[in-house]
Ligand binder design. Structure first.
Ligand code: FE2
Length: 376
């Protein structure tokens, strides 16, 4: 069953002061070929390319492109040499998310609090001043090889020091607005350890949780807890596989190919999901398809909605109803060779959850894909 978190499970109620973060800032991917990944997100997803660093800017070891669509910022980084940390990361994990960065007004305090509570340091607070102003950042480790950077650029014009502005690579926006949530997969029985990490170190609380009775098929199941800050600007569900099923869980498939815990999907909001998904599909972005029977029972399940069900069926968009409203969502296929990271597009119409009613339909669809990869 889905459970609302009780008072005891909230960080604030356990006396752990929350680390003050305003929200997700950027998400950085380590990839094998940043130039080609940039083309995919620029032409496929409609992101503007706004920043660059590489050989032309004096960066001899790695290349990064910064892309933005409204409030969503992604950074694509690739190494230029085999002994670079990005090369090692890509060899181990394939293309994937390295950094889920958060904005804060006090980087030192966020970092020092996290370290004092037991977080592992990746980068101590660093202040860089150049002609654009002062940029402060620090980083800590989270699950697998993933990190969180705390950053403050309120006194900095531009993305970050070392990046040159790019003006001539605008994307044709598909209407993506902001990062809604970032989901991690961790190993079996490790979920509670990471829930404790976000509650004891960040002071976040359990916003919702789902157990195997919510998300299971004949073959596999997963357990998920959603960690969030008080303002709700950060929501990070964490999944672990639940091996009651006959065959391999989709979370286990991820872990087998990522060779570590890591980011499973990034959910991005839109104000018009039909328009966004139509655009994405027409540009070649591939999505999971809902089972054919899904739309036959949709009206009985969700009641009256503003959207035309024929249109939703045409584009494969899922709907879930909660007490406070409903949400529309769809999931892409993995966006690299390995069956690891994917995206979700979500439009919220009052609903605050994660589409629990769709988990079943989604799971069946994911398993059909797993079957085709010989990984079920
Ligand atoms: Fe999601």
């Amino acid at each position: 069953m889905v459970k609302e978190a009780t008072a005891l499970e909230t960080g604030s109620k356990t006396g752990v002061e929350e680390i003050s973060v305003d929200g997700f800032d950027y998400i950085e991917f380590f990839v094998g070929n940043a130039l080609q990944a940039c083309y995919y997100y620029n032409r496929g997803f409609g992101f503007d390319v706004i920043g660059y660093r590489g050989l032309e800017t004096g960066n001899r070891d790695a290349v990064s492109y910064v892309l933005r669509q409204e409030k969503v910022t992604i950074v694509l980084t690739a190494a230029l040499h085999p002994d670079h940390a990005v090369s090692t990361h890509v060899m181990q994990h394939g293309d994937g998310v390295k950094n889920v960065a958060m904005r804060t007004r006090d980087v030192r305090k966020a970092y020092e609090t996290a370290i004092a509570r037991g977080a592992r340091s990746i980068q101590e607070p660093t202040e860089v001043t150049d002609e654009h102003g002062t940029y402060v950042s620090a980083s800590i480790a989270t699950y697998g090889d993933t990190v969180h950077t705390f950053l403050d650029r309120t006194n900095y014009k531009g993305f970050a020091p070392g990046f040159t502005e790019v003006k001539n690579k605008k994307g044709d926006s598909v209407g993506l607005v902001s990062v809604d949530h970032v989901v991690g997969n961790v190993e079996s029985t490790k979920l509670d350890q990471w829930v404790e990490f976000y509650s004891k170190i960040f002071g976040f609380h359990i916003y919702q949780y789902f157990d195997a009775t919510d998300i299971s098929t004949k073959y596999s199941a997963l357990v998920s807890k959603v960690m969030a800050n008080r303002s709700g600007s950060i929501k990070m569900p964490i999944n672990e596989p639940f091996e009651q099923g006959l065959r391999k869980s989709q979370i286990t498939e991820y872990l087998d190919f990522y060779h570590a815990p890591g980011v499973q999907h990034i959910a991005i909001t839109t104000r018009d999901i039909v328009k966004t998904v139509k655009e994405l599909r027409e540009r070649g972005v591939e999505f999971l398809n809902a089972p054919a029977t899904y739309y036959e029972t949709l009206k009985d399940r969700v009641g009256e909605i503003d959207e035309d069900i024929t249109e939703l069926a045409k584009w494969g968009i899922l709907v879930d109803r909660e007490s406070e409203g409903y949400l529309l969502q769809i999931f892409t296929k993995p966006v690299q060779d390995r069956p690891t990271l994917f995206f979700e597009v979500i439009q919220r119409k009052g609903a605050k959850g994660f589409g629990k009613g769709n988990f079943q339909a989604l799971f069946e669809s994911i398993e059909a894909e797993q079957q085709s990869r010989g990984n079920l």
